[in-house]
Design a protein around this ligand. Structure first.
Ligand SMILES: C[S@@+](CC[C@H](N)C(=O)[O-])C[C@H]1O[C@@H](n2cnc3c(N)ncnc32)[C@H](O)[C@@H]1O
Length: 218
């Protein structure tokens, strides 16, 4: 993992009036990914198992999974402010109290801000596939990322990766299987616990199949 190769490209999209308004109203609730230590119990005003969703996009899976799992805290991180605004809207509309959002690089959040052994589950749903081989080095889930996640997950914690890009799936499966900190517990089609994400739906519409890998930190 390099500090100079980015797994994302900054996007500028048109932001709807409602999302702009929500960001004006609730934007100060967004955690800045600035490298300073973060205490999850303070952030959520309660001690509960912590789930981190990396690259939450527009936040539909985030909100649905948080609503179905009120006993755990869910911290969603993305570099895309518009998507975080959409997620804040969902949180407000659904009255969710167990979700927080962070803006910035998930690697910095995990590596520099969260305490070791503090995370119950890390989710990476449809990371940018970077399909061109000359861009493959920009894929988020690489050896270095798995190393960082292994230090933040508690023993017995889960890493859940989903992708619909077969070369990426093969890369992740190979890396996880030979990583001493993980044991694969499930591999295959989408588990019922994970809703179809927005990005996934776009792939399904053009015939791409999804693949999920759940691994336990030993
Ligand atoms: C292809 S989208 C998928 C979004 C969503 N999970 C879904 O399935 O609809 C990947 C997301 O990951 C975010 N992302 C990429 N690299 C990231 C990083 N290093 N830290 C935080 N977010 C990142 C992008 O901004 C984008 O929103």
């Amino acid at each position: 993992m390099s500090d100079t190769i980015r797994s994302y490209r900054h996007r500028r999209g048109r932001m709807g009036a409602t999302t702009t308004a929500v960001l004006g109203r609730l934007g100060d609730r967004i955690v800045a990914v600035d490298g300073s230590p973060l205490d999850p119990t303070t952030l959520f005003s309660r001690a509960a198992p912590l789930v981190v969703e990396v690259g939450s996009g527009m936040g539909e899976a985030t909100a649905a999974m948080a609503a179905a799992d009120p006993g755990r805290n869910l911290l969603a991180v993305d570099v895309h402010l518009q998507g975080l605004g959409r997620l804040l809207r969902r949180i407000e509309e659904q009255g969710l109290t167990n979700v927080r959002v962070a803006e910035g690089d998930a690697v910095v959040l995990l590596r520099d801000m969260l305490p070791p052994d503090s995370v119950d589950e890390v989710r990476v749903f449809f990371p940018d596939p970077w399909p061109k081989s000359r861009h493959a080095k920009r894929r988020l889930v690489q050896q270095g990322f798995l190393d960082v996640v292994a230090t933040r997950l508690r023993a017995g914690g889960m890493l859940h990766v989903a992708t619909d890009w077969t070369p990426y799936a093969e890369q992740v499966a190979a890396l996880v299987r030979r990583h001493p900190s993980y044991v694969v517990v499930q591999e295959g089609p989408r588990p019922a616990s994970r809703p179809v994400t927005r990005f996934e739906q776009q792939g399904l519409d053009v015939g791409r199949a999804s693949w999920d890998l759940l691994s336990r930190r030993v």
